[in-house]
Design a protein around this ligand. Structure first.
Ligand SMILES: NC(=O)c1ccc[n+]([C@@H]2O[C@H](COP(=O)([O-])OP(=O)(O)OC[C@H]3O[C@@H](n4cnc5c(N)ncnc54)[C@H](OP(=O)(O)O)[C@@H]3O)[C@@H](O)[C@H]2O)c1
Length: 315
């Protein structure tokens, strides 16, 4: 009996799966942070959720634990503790929310810890319209992002900001554009100006994919839908089955004056989103100054982007 030559299997030996990437997530207990954690875990990442001690007993922290994230209690003022929490990660993602103390100072401490721990990549808590092109003073929260951006761009780490326009969900509540009672689309300026909208879920899916992608550029831009005020009118009419009309409240110059008046009579400077801040976002979008120039939607196949009409039709 002739013996068959032994197959050389050295090139086809079953390989053990590489270690899953470890992503450090700050602000994981927040609305966007929870969604990012969920999508990172779905993509097979190991998620290390940084949580302030006072938030470690919150329901959100328990939900993260149940989904498989590791909760790491950290004092953001303790550099050694923060550096240890970042050690071994391939990317630090920040989804914190706040004013100067959080967006500039806390994120700087997190950035320094990421650099000290040798983490190669950092995604800051930007998640907004394109603030990079806006003049100083046109949006208080965007000024803070640019202030942190200047520090980030000096740091020896690969940074990627996710720019997603307005969270689409705001069209159902906080953003006073679609008025379902009087069935009007309220706006200032030009009804044909294109505007960027992305749901929080789509933003989180895209961010999770970007966190696991080692070769991201400095900016990634995504918009679930680009719609003008007239486009919102069509979407609202179709979603509600009732006709919506346009209501032009004035020019962008007039909106600028309204912002100044509101800042004077209701300053609420310690709030992250006082009414005048929301009006600043609207001004930035309606003027086209914060429009996303190009879109990277197709970079991560498999993400299905929710459209405005679909979102408005959901309860
Ligand atoms: N594009 C848009 O339309 C839009 C709309 C809304 C928000 N955003 C942006 O999306 C991002 C996430 O916002 P969100 O709505 O998810 O925020 P959120 O629900 O308020 O959550 C904020 C997170 O930040 C953490 N945090 C707050 N202060 C902190 C501090 N001093 N040190 C450390 N962590 C702190 C909170 O932790 P604790 O649980 O410990 O409090 C929480 O995990 C922000 O960049 C926000 O500006 C964008």
């Amino acid at each position: 009996m002739t013996s068959l030559p032994l197959e050389d299997n050295t090139n086809s030996l079953p390989t053990t799966n590489p270690e899953p990437a470890t992503i450090v997530l700050a602000g994981a207990t927040g609305a966007l942070g929870l969604l990012i954690a969920h999508h990172l875990l779905q993509r097979g990442a190991t998620v290390r959720a940084l949580v302030r001690p006072e938030a470690s007993t919150k329901a959100e922290a328990e939900s993260l634990r149940l989904q498989g994230a590791t909760i790491v209690k950290v004092d953001y003022n303790d550099k050694a503790e923060l550096t240890k929490a970042c050690t071994g990660a391939t990317c630090v993602v920040s989804a914190v929310s706040g004013l100067r103390e959080v967006i500039v100072e806390t994120q700087t401490r997190l950035l320094e810890a990421a650099v000290a721990a040798g983490v190669p990549r950092f995604i800051p808590s930007d998640f907004s319209a394109d603030f990079t092109k806006l003049p100083e003073g046109s949006n208080r929260n965007f000024d803070l992002r640019r202030e942190f951006m200047r520090r980030l761009d000096q740091a020896p780490i690969q940074a990627t900001s996710i720019l997603n326009g307005m969270f689409m969900e705001l069209l159902k509540g906080q953003a006073p554009l679609i008025l379902s009672g009087p069935r009007r689309i309220l706006y200032w300026g030009d009804a044909d100006q294109p505007l960027d909208f992305t749901t929080m879920v789509n933003t989180a899916e895209f961010t999770a994919a970007a966190a696991l992608d080692p070769s991201t550029p400095r900016y990634l831009r995504v918009a679930g839908e680009v719609a003008s005020i007239r486009g919102l009118q069509v979407a609202a009419t179709e979603a509600m089955g009732k006709e919506f009309r346009l209501l032009r409240a004035g020019s962008l110059g007039f909106l600028g004056t309204l912002i100044k008046v509101t800042q004077t009579i209701a300053p609420a400077k310690e709030e992250v989103f006082p009414p005048w801040q929301g009006m600043q976002y609207l001004h930035n979008m309606l003027s086209g100054q914060a429009k996303l120039a190009t879109l990277d939607n197709a970079r991560y196949p498999g993400i299905r982007y929710t459209q405005v009409r679909e979102l408005l039709a959901t309860k």
